[in-house]
Ligand binder design. Structure first.
Ligand SMILES: [Zn+2]
Length: 117
């Protein structure tokens, strides 16, 4: 499994996204940076949190679409309209809050000071 790339900012100012566990040799100055210096628990902890947020959103969406929509279509048009309004509320009221929690988690992510090899 691959996580989100880590942006390495070289001392010379060049920067590049590099996958965890990979090395990058700066073309401008020749320094080699190794993302394996990042503590695995901190990196994978962040990836785990982001994946959990994503899974929860998809899970809730799948449950609603998979059960409520067919029920509403089968049983009554009124219920169908209610479900559509509920999905709208979810989209406009719940998702923005959820998104800001994720953005907050990303903003609070740790930064690591690597040393060139
Ligand atoms: Zn460099």
């Amino acid at each position: 499994m691959r996580g989100v790339p880590i942006t390495i900012r070289c001392d010379c100012g060049d920067a590049r996204p590099v996958h965890y566990g990979e090395r990058w040799t700066c073309a401008a100055c020749g320094r080699t940076w190794n993302t394996a210096q990042v503590p695995a628990e901190e990196y994978w902890g962040l990836m785990r949190d982001l994946r959990r947020y994503r899974l929860i959103v998809w899970g809730i969406t799948a449950i609603i679409v998979g059960t409520l929509v067919p029920l509403a279509v089968i049983y009554s048009f009124g219920l169908f309209v209610f479900v559509i309004l509920g999905l709208g509320a979810l989209y406009f009221l719940v998702l923005p809050r959820w998104r800001s929690r994720i953005v907050e988690r990303i903003r609070d992510r740790p930064t690591w000071k690597l040393t060139p090899e």
